[in-house]
Structures are given as structure tokens and as C-alpha cells.
Design a protein around this ligand. Structure first.
Ligand code: CDP
Length: 203
């Protein structure tokens, strides 16, 4: 089977992770959460490593370390993600993953626009900032994170502004992306919609 790449982009906490995992499981494809790459680099900078050096030296084990899902690491990730040399150090790994035989789902911010402009299917998943912040707040508080609702909303809004406003690979839908607004959709409904779009494009 030739490569079949599904690109899923969207702003912070839009539900890309849940959707991507479900889509990958449905089609038997591999899944890469590209946000983890930036989170791993961001986490290293919090330990004093220089960001470009951290990106160039990144290994698969770095993606497995504890604590990459905290708000502090998310902020650090979005700060390193504006650096062109950090982004370019991570391109080859993502493209190689996208081209694997058997199919791949990549989720992130620039998959449909920069990393995989020829992806077979491009989805842009979004929801209002309030809905996204509430989902992330529930996720974090279930893990014992002490952040308040207001702090989580501020984090989401700060990252959105940085991700959309940067010069390098800014967050935006690819011209040929299908928009899925999950504000009023259950997880099941969002997954069903994504699968229907993919089947329509594949057919
Ligand atoms: O899970 P959440 O949507 O909150 O964030 P994430 O996908 O883990 O991404 C963390 C940060 O990494 C984002 O705010 C972006 O700044 C950056 N990122 C990026 O620039 N490009 C990607 N393809 C993925 C993430």
C-alpha cells in the first residue's frame, strides 16, 4: 500500500488528540502527535538546554518522559515553536512518519500547510476558546493539576495568539482542509464526521 497521510490541525485543546487516535484506530494507521515534539523541546529548555540544540538532539525516548502535558511545558513548547531552526530540525522525522507504508495520521498546527501539503485528507479541528479551555481544565484537574479555569483559558488564548501570529508555519487551515467545529459535537459525533470525510476523500 502506498502512503496515505491524514493531516489533522487545529488550535490548542481542540480535540485533535482524541480525534486523531480514534481515526488512526479505525483505519489501522499509525499516529504521531507532533505537539509532543515541541513539548519535548520545550521541556528541555526549562532545564536550561538551548532550544535549537534540543530540537536537533531529540530522540524517541524524549517523547516518553513524564510531565510533557503540563501547562508550563505547553507554554514552553509554543515559545520554541516560533523558532525557524527548531521547526526545520523536526521536519524530516515528521515527513518520514507521514510516508510510512500502511498509513499515518499526524496532528499538529502545520501538518496540512507545511509538513504534508500533499496529504490525502486534511482536517482542521476547532472549537470556541471557552469550550477548549473547559475541556483542557477538566483534563488537567482530573490529573491533579492545580490550574484554575481562568489560568487554563489564559494559557489557551496566549498559545493561540502565538501559534497564529508567528511568521514561521503559522496555525491556519490549509486551503483544501475540511473544517470540523467540535464546540457542539460529542466525541463520537466528531469522530464519525472525520471518518465520513476521510472515506469520501479516499473513495
Ligand atoms: O495539546 P494541545 O493542543 O494543547 O497542544 P500540542 O498540540 O501538544 O502543541 C503544543 C504547542 O506546540 C503548540 O501550542 C504549538 O506552539 C506547538 N506546535 C507547533 O508549533 N506545531 C505543531 N505541528 C504542533 C505543535
Amino acid at each position: 500500500m502506498t502512503a496515505f497521510t491524514i493531516a489533522i490541525d487545529g488550535p490548542a485543546a481542540a480535540g485533535k488528540g482524541t480525534l486523531s487516535k480514534a481515526v488512526a484506530a479505525h483505519f489501522g494507521f499509525a499516529h504521531l502527535d507532533t505537539g509532543l515534539l515541541y513539548r519535548a523541546v520545550g521541556a528541555k529548555t526549562l532545564l536550561g538546554v538551548e532550544p535549537i540544540e534540543a530540537a536537533r538532539a531529540l530522540t524517541a525516548e524524549d517523547l516518553e518522559v513524564e510531565g510533557l502535558r503540563t501547562p508550563d511545558v505547553a507554554q514552553a513548547a509554543s515559545r520554541v515553536a516560533v523558532i525557524a531552526d527548531v521547526r526545520s530540525a523536526l521536519v524530516d522525522f515528521q515527513r518520514a512518519f507521514a510516508m510510512r507504508a500502511g498509513g499515518a495520521v499526524l496532528d499538529g498546527r502545520d501538518i496540512g500547510t507545511v509538513i504534508c501539503p500533499d496529504a490525502k485528507v486534511k482536517l482542521f479541528v476547532t472549537a470556541s476558546a471557552e469550550v477548549r479551555a473547559e475541556r483542557r481544565y477538566l483534563e488537567l484537574s482530573a490529573k491533579g493539576d492545580p490550574s484554575t479555569r481562568a489560568q487554563v483559558l489564559a494559557d489557551v488564548q496566549a498559545r493561540d495568539a502565538r501559534d497564529m501570529g508567528r511568521a514561521e508555519a503559522p496555525l491556519k487551515p490549509a486551503e483544501d482542509a475540511v473544517l470540523i467545529d467540535t464546540s457542539d459535537l460529542s466525541i463520537e459525533a466528531a469522530v464519525a464526521k472525520a471518518i465520513a470525510e476521510i472515506n469520501a476523500k479516499a473513495g
